[in-house]
Design a protein around this ligand. Sequence first.
Ligand SMILES: Cc1cc2nc3c(=O)[nH]c(=O)nc-3n(C[C@H](O)[C@H](O)[C@H](O)COP(=O)(O)OP(=O)(O)OC[C@H]3O[C@@H](n4cnc5c(N)ncnc54)[C@H](O)[C@@H]3O)c2cc1C
Length: 502
Amino acid sequence: MSEASEQRIVVVGAGWAGLGATYHLAKQGYDVTLLEATPYPGGLVAGWKTAGGRSVEGGIHGFWYPYSNIFSLVRELGINPFTPFTRSSQYSPAGLEVESPIFQNELRLPTPMGTFLYTQFKRLPLIDRLSALPLLYAVIDFDNSDDAWWRYDFVTARELFKDFGVSARLYKDSFEPMLLVGLFAPGEQCSAAAALGMLYYFILAHQPDFDVVWCRGTVGEMIFKPWVEQIEKTGGRVLTNKRVNDILLDSTGKAKGVVCGDEVFEADAVIFGVSVNGMKKIANGSPKLQNYREFRDLSNLGAIDVLATRLWFDRKVNIRHPSNACFGFDPTTGWTFFDLNMLHDEYRDEPGSVIEADFYHANQLLPLSDEQIVHKVQHDLAVCVPGFREAKVIDSSIIRVPQGVTHFAPGSYQYLLPSITTIENVFMSGDWIVNRHGSWSQEKAYVTGLEAANLVVNYFNRGSQAKIIPIEPDEPHIELARSINQAVRGLGKSLLPDFWLP
Ligand SMILES: Cc1cc2nc3c(=O)[nH]c(=O)nc-3n(C[C@H](O)[C@H](O)[C@H](O)COP(=O)(O)OP(=O)(O)OC[C@H]3O[C@@H](n4cnc5c(N)ncnc54)[C@H](O)[C@@H]3O)c2cc1C
């Protein structure tokens, strides 16, 4: 086997996953080339400047308390991109519904008591909040194992909440908005497994998990720019405007390169770090990959449309908190808005409000003209914060992201890919890849990138493994409840193996 520096690794896609894999392998001395289809690294989190010099990005991205691996990367890079932890509000057409404190500043209680007691519900009656209690059984029962995914993935999140007796109002005012923002889809279109995994990670596992920080500018400028510079200093290459459309295999079935239009990039191993939709396109256009069932099966997976808007107003409108989630405006669309004067250094002294408003599951909004979208955003904003009614929009940016994010639909788990594939030197990464870390979204994408890099290190037996920080363990009472549940489940299985549907 040749030395690490002679082993050529091609990574496809420069989101959190691809950049994570590239950086680690470059540090281990591999000859790494990262190919990105668009002009900017960052993937869904990429940012750029408009012709008028204003910073924009494809949606604002929060970094939650348990994002330990991303926080560790930022420390390693010696950068300081984040705001302090922020409070948030939730609005409906009726007005302010919920205010969240900074949970780590409150006396820490065994989960989920802190979430229950410290969240300030303005309208939701106690009886509705109490109707969530039976759902705790499902939270205990879903332990993110493969077995648990098979048990819960065929059920919709809505059915799960219904079966566990969650009140209609709690579902509509609380759980569904969380699904729309966390999984980009309404409950009837979400896998119950994904819903339980996401809710546990972001909200329920430990009291401070819902605390969040934001970048003090675009993530592209604050994190990806210095990171890519560091990757290049370490010897990695990041090439933009390179859309990969096929893979080359040798006579033994191993990958020997990727095809990018007229160019071929030779490789001793390939890591894909592209979205579901990106991978479907590559697989559909590749006769070689079509020979493999796992890649053909990707056609069973779907993706979801999102819309990211940024509006500049002629005057400052006061908003209680910088980050806000909204529900009840459109039946199957959730949205968030952010006061960028509070979050981004660039807009702190701007005379007028700069607002980012992002819409998830925005299928029906994408065909609207920019003007119609701006009108809708201002109208909906004014329902939440009446000061926006009189303000004038002086500039705007509308970014449509069709089929941008993974749809964790009921029954989709069986088609999601693990990090290893049938092609022994092709590895997968991205926020839709099956792993057992337990994280979601950007943190998961980054962790899967490190995991794919570790598989390459193992494959060539060269270099050191990337250190991956596990999520904080379950609290002792949850751990105890889970082990009792598993014992009872094991007993049931030994009496009547595989009798019922999972
Ligand atoms: C509006 C919005 C808000 C969000 N908010 C949050 C949030 O607050 N917090 C959070 O943690 N997460 C959030 N997310 C989710 C987060 O953006 C993703 O989980 C994460 O960015 C996924 O990273 P990735 O590396 O897996 O994939 P991507 O970011 O999708 O990167 C894939 C890359 O592959 C490239 N590519 C595709 N096809 C090819 C090809 N053929 N050849 C070469 N390159 C290719 C793409 O151009 C892209 O750059 C949000 C997403 C959106 C859209």
